[in-house]
Ligand binder design. Sequence first.
Ligand SMILES: [Zn+2]
Length: 233
Amino acid sequence: MKDYQSALDMKETIIFCEKHKDKLLSKLPKSNKQFPYEIKNENHVQLDRNIINGILNLMPEKVRDKSIFNGIIGKSKHYFHKNSTSPSNMTDTPHIEDSISKTAIVPGKSSGENIYLYEMDLDPNLRNIVLAQAFAHEYLHSMNYNEDEILNFGELAEKYEPISTYSSFYREKSNEFYGCDLDTVKGSVEEELAESVAAYLLGFAFGNDDKKNLDPFKDRVEIKEYVKSLLEG
Ligand SMILES: [Zn+2]
């Protein structure tokens, strides 16, 4: 594994989730309402349906009106490919032998309208924690925030280290967001935003410090305020 590829490896995150399982599970929202969207390949979707609903219910109405989210599609196990050297050439593979490591698992993806949730070799409690975070993250990608909203967030976020291990993949060594052109930079900022929205909704993040993970805005109150105003403003 190359140094930067550790950002795509969930090894430390899985250890964190195991260690704080009860606390993290208690943070997951639940609702037993009927899920109002389509779920395809249901048998591959390992996230508790009540948690999916619970997360959706956390989204303010304004957010849900603006979102182009259309449904969930279950996928079989995938890993980040060992040839993933930067955000511009990230690829994944179903073959563990081509992966960065056996814990470089892909939890979710988004096409904008659809959220893909992937199967993974974790116990059901850990799957729920990891996939809940993935679902909250991917939902952000169904929002069409305008350029100013994204770039203003990026400017604020650059004052801090990445909120999560995953979003650190989208930073340069200088802590600036990755990318030589506006679209690439925006894409990088959106990953930090998606991780911050998930942290805001769920109250935890997957970074490299357990204390911060359980109180992800402790060192960045202005980021919390920005996310709050973006969702509720
Ligand atoms: Zn993302």
